[in-house]
Design a protein. Structure first.
Length: 405
């Protein structure tokens, strides 16, 4: 099929569903749900996909709020990923309602023409991006088996080719001492809070000697019950970030050693627990990024490369996906320039005119990139060659870590 004609028809398919897509975005925005609790969004999106005739698997891959919807019977398979979880207390301040609706629109448009164009589309519902690592169990269970590429778009306060991602893993330190009356018999106690404070201080000292791009930040979640009781238990929670999953692996034992240091100094014990999901850095597929840029420009948008003055820095489990198949994670402007994500201002923008336009343009550009992958064998080949070369350079341990932690 002629590429220009196919893209014209895909744009028309998105436009025909304008009301449906914006309504889905607004409904998800009005019903914010946190990690693995996204039942409303799951049922809304799967219901729409089923009504459109896609083959839908609810509660896919053993994850209650994940789904998979497929169309097409032959040809290259492209996955379009939807996120729909929200943040505690601040709702869709990351704009995942836009991600969900844009992915939905791209999937519906592509599904309508998949058989005619000779391709296949997989719309993958991925919960719990905000700390739960929802894409990781899907990858482990084979959700991307046979997939040629994975695409998604994330809203932001700028038009960027990519997110500036860093790898991250959470760690929990639980200190155990011995309670005692702090006035009558303090000598009988072993202060778990003191142990935690010393562990915190050791991490603070470590921060001076890690790379400028690395981050270690934490909080106290338990520190005792009353000031006249020597705390017998204390707990801290941390996020450890580094440029790549490989450099993160090198940083982790240094952080753990610092956290452990407070225990022997105070006669306490400590248990260190690393969360079993690790967010990998994003391996953006340059051939696919360039095709996204071309498609976004055709819609009047101008994605630029991140710079020191204009970037979105963070972590995403889309990075883990990118270690498995060629992937992209561009940022589409959905709020006034410079509006940071994870703020009340961005939460409001995610359901207003700029957010709505990001849904429609995001759906169209995603659908066009799906079409490019369907009909352009050279593009698929370039993406796969680059991906294989990158993984070979990084080594098998990096890919294994991205999947299994």
């Amino acid at each position: 099929m002629d590429a220009a004609l196919l893209k014209d028809r895909l744009r028309a398919e998105v436009e025909a569903r304008r009301t449906l897509l914006l309504d889905a975005s607004h409904q998800i925005h009005q019903h914010p749900e946190t990690n693995y609790e996204e039942r409303f969004a799951h049922d809304l999106l799967t219901g729409i996909l089923e009504e459109a005739g896609l083959e839908v698997t609810r509660r896919a891959y053993g994850v209650e709020t994940a789904f998979a919807a497929r169309a097409g019977s032959s040809g290259p398979t492209v996955a379009v990923l939807c996120e729909y979880d929200a943040l505690p207390g601040i709702g869709h301040a990351c704009g995942h309602n836009i991600i969900a609706a844009a992915g939905l629109g791209a999937g519906l448009a592509a599904a309508a023409l998949a058989a005619e164009a000779g391709g296949q589309v997989l719309v993958l519902g991925t919960p719990a991006e905000e700390g739960g690592g929802g894409k990781i169990p899907l990858v482990r269970e084979g959700a991307l088996d046979g997939v040629d590429a994975a695409l998604m778009v994330h809203p932001a306060g700028a038009e960027l080719t990519r997110m500036s991602t860093i790898a991250v893993q959470e760690v929990f330190a639980t200190y155990r001492g011995r309670s005692a009356h702090a006035a009558a018999a303090p000598h009988q106690g072993r202060n778990a809070l003191d142990a935690a404070v010393l562990g915190y201080s050791a991490v603070a000292a470590l921060r001076q000697h890690i790379r400028p791009t690395e981050r270690v930040h934490g909080i106290f979640t338990e520190g005792g019950d009353k000031p006249n009781i020597v705390p017998g238990r204390a707990r801290t929670e941390w996020m450890v970030r580094s440029d790549t999953i490989a450099t993160l692996a090198a940083l982790k034992p240094r952080v753990e050693a610092a956290l452990r240091a407070g225990a022997p100094a105070t006669g306490c014990e400590v248990e260190i627990e690393w969360k079993d999901v690790v967010y990998a850095d994003m391996l953006d597929s340059e051939p696919l990024v360039q095709r996204w840029v071309d498609n976004a420009r055709a819609l009047g948008r101008e994605p630029v490369e991140p710079s020191a003055d204009q970037q979105v820095v963070g972590s995403t489990d889309m990075g883990n996906v990118s270690y498995v198949v060629p992937s992209i994670h561009p940022m589409i402007q959905a709020a006034p320039g410079g509006t940071p994500i994870h703020t009340e201002d961005f939460e409001r923008a995610a359901a207003d005119g700029s957010g709505d336009q990001a849904v429609l343009d995001g759906a169209t550009a995603l659908a066009w990139t799906v079409a490019d992958l369907w009909i352009d064998e050279e593009l698929r080949g370039a993406a796969h060659q680059e991906h294989e070369a990158t993984l070979e350079r990084l080594g098998t341990d990096a890919r294994r870590s991205a999947i299994w932690g």
